[in-house]
Design a protein around this ligand. Sequence first.
Ligand SMILES: NC(=O)c1ccc[n+]([C@@H]2O[C@H](COP(=O)([O-])OP(=O)(O)OC[C@H]3O[C@@H](n4cnc5c(N)ncnc54)[C@H](OP(=O)(O)O)[C@@H]3O)[C@@H](O)[C@H]2O)c1
Length: 293
Amino acid sequence: MNALDPAGTYRIGTRTVRRLGYGAMQLAGPGVFGPPKDRASAVAVLRAAVENGVDHIDTSDFYGPHVTNQIIREALFPYRDDLLIVTKVGARRGADGAWLPALSAAELTQAVHDNLRHLGLDVLEVVNLRSMLGVHGPQEGSLEAPLTALAELQRQGLIHHIGLSNVTARQVQEARRLCAIACVQNHFNLVHRADDALVDSLAREGTAYVPFFPLGGFTPLQSGSLSAVANELGASPLQVALAWLLQRSPNLVLIPGTSSVEHLRQNLAAAELKLPKEAVERLEALAQPAEAH
Ligand SMILES: NC(=O)c1ccc[n+]([C@@H]2O[C@H](COP(=O)([O-])OP(=O)(O)OC[C@H]3O[C@@H](n4cnc5c(N)ncnc54)[C@H](OP(=O)(O)O)[C@@H]3O)[C@@H](O)[C@H]2O)c1
């Protein structure tokens, strides 16, 4: 019995993972650029995650760039057989840390090889194509060319499964005509609910939806009613935010990010938090009106 068991499991590609995992983006330096202030604590966070039952880590070679993957390798290589490392490609970093598109076949091929080398792997289990048609949110447009390039790398045996990130429902449908889609990773949390319908449609098909910014991102969620619910349940507001996601739909697979072992433990403890129906109803009021995409 593991403390994460109450949250259950879900399938991504051909792997079944616990629904509470870990997002490694916070392990790079400020602005997800350059090395962290304290590399030893970054290593400690990753080791604590796996020791506490995390079997799913989200990363990318554009975090740092390269830094996060190198720290994952330093902390966890050789990897446990049951550890799923999901990475993403489609962006690169400018000299000033800017997030730039890198969606050409040559850039995607380079990114896959960089991920393999820095993680120390022969094959990437799941690679998300991160759409950069819109940097800060999904934007319609064809992803056929980059997906075709990734499918070719899959055919070469460098990738097992392909997922999508920062995409619209229409792009998910279009992508499925080109290749199987193992998961969708988009911005979604208690407040940011633009993808409510997409979450439900993917759940009906049995596809994992991995919300990024599950805690609100760089400025974690704060609200009076969230704090009130948390106080009543003897939990923290961010634990309630994670528990809400776990209860929202069985296909939500969480990757909260943190650079702190203490925060990691708090986040993982959300697996054991059950929100009463009345609390869920009050939390529903926090949803911001969805922007169309
Ligand atoms: N596909 C994409 O475009 C995309 C975009 C963004 C993120 N992601 C992925 O999604 C993962 C999760 O997103 P995220 O890490 O950006 O945001 P997040 O999980 O919503 O929140 C992370 C922030 O919350 C803080 N935090 C975490 N646990 C806390 C706790 N218990 N108490 C107080 N503060 C806490 C962290 O600071 P501390 O370090 O101080 O704990 C950090 O500032 C990332 O790690 C990354 O793998 C993907």
